[in-house]
Design a protein around this ligand. Structure first.
Ligand code: ACO
Length: 311
């Protein structure tokens, strides 16, 4: 790649032009997108598991229908995202193999267990809330197929976030046991949700280059701060206490200060040592293996149709 080519590409970035699949692009740009979109797709698919765990135990028909629809949406998001990554010359098989071998990451958040029904509300409110905070700027990502996929994904995530908050609101107005269950869920999920935004800016490997390429629009810490500022008043409205004694409004900066994040826990979970990492990958491997006959049948069917059309 010549310097002229890289400079011309950067000028396109600076002019906010969208890059499309057939455009020339630096290999590093392509690799970064394959990595991020692939990780994002895997997160959507693995993210179906913790909530899928509660579909059979939802407390009413209405709750069951909403949860079922939400988990299906996550599957759909995974599929758009795999398709967006495929426009960059990688196959879904390759991406899946990388997930199953542990080479490709998925979001740390999905390696925590869903222990109570309140977890389903908290995941909608906080995990989907954090996902939206991170994904709204991705609608303006310089890579066209990713940016366009994000528009629909964000609309659906916004519905997920509202159903989660409404579930939390219902529990917060319930019995003492329901309120305690909600508080316990917040206590377990708050810190892992803050970790979703990735390491501190100083430790973020890819941020600078991804910002220059207009893949990322805000740094990890900036998005984390926006999330905290938006979320704390919502939690207070529910009568909840955040599990951070140092969480305090800072008038001067116009945002909340918070206590230190346990980065050791974050890296342990990212590297496979979280409570649910092994279960999640085992479940995905089982689904992939058991779906082999469907993939084979679809290929044979497509081949037969093609032959019939040619005849
Ligand atoms: N969980 C697992 N791995 C993470 C996480 C996380 N929460 N945050 C960062 N990492 C990894 C990065 O993937 C990177 O590892 P890699 O080089 O092997 O890929 C490493 O930690 C260093 O982090 P950064 O340099 O900050 O990485 P990056 O610039 O890619 O930023 C971020 C990370 C913010 C997650 C970015 O990739 C992103 O915006 N992704 C799209 C959104 C997404 O994937 N959301 C998934 C969860 S939301 C949902 O699915 C409902």
């Amino acid at each position: 790649e010549t310097e002229d080519f890289l400079a011309a590409f950067q000028r396109r970035m600076d002019a906010e032009e969208k890059i499309e699949p057939n455009d020339a692009m630096p290999e590093g740009y392509r690799r970064t997108l394959v990595r991020q979109i692939g990780q994002h797709a895997h997160s959507e698919i693995v993210g179906m598991l913790p909530e899928g765990n509660w579909i059979t135990r939802a407390p009413s028909l209405k709750r069951k229908a909403a949860l079922l629809a939400k988990v299906q949406d996550e599957g759909g998001h995974g599929l758009y995202l795999y398709s967006a990554a495929e426009t960059l010359g990688v196959t879904r098989e390759q991406m899946t193999e990388e997930l199953l071998s542990g080479k490709a990451k998925y979001s740390s958040i999905f390696n925590y267990p869903t222990l109570s029904w309140a977890d389903i509300g908290i995941i909608g409110w906080l995990v989907d809330g954090a996902a939206i905070m991170n994904q709204i700027p991705l609608c303006r990502c310089s890579y066209g197929p990713y940016a366009r996929a994000m528009i629909r994904v964000c609309r659906e995530e916004s519905f997920h976030q509202r159903q989660g908050y409404e579930l939390c609101l219902t529990l917060s107005r319930g019995t003492e046991a329901q309120k305690a269950m909600l508080q316990d869920a917040l206590d377990r999920w708050w810190w892992p949700c803050l970790m979703m935004f990735g390491p501190h800016d100083g430790d973020s490997l890819h941020s600078d280059q991804s910002m220059a390429w207009k893949i990322k629009r805000f740094s990890n810490d900036d998005l984390r701060q926006k999330f905290i500022d938006a979320t704390v008043p919502q939690g207070e409205y529910l009568g909840l206490t955040f599990p951070d004694p140092e969480l305090k409004w800072n008038e001067e900066k116009g945002g909340y200060d918070h206590g230190p994040i346990d980065w050791e826990e974050f890296w342990r979970v990212v590297k496979g040592g979280g409570q649910m990492n092994r279960d999640r990958i085992t479940a995905r491997k089982k689904a992939w293996d058991e779906g082999a006959w469907v993939r084979e049948a679809a290929l044979v069917h497509a081949e037969k149709r093609r032959a019939r059309q040619l005849a």
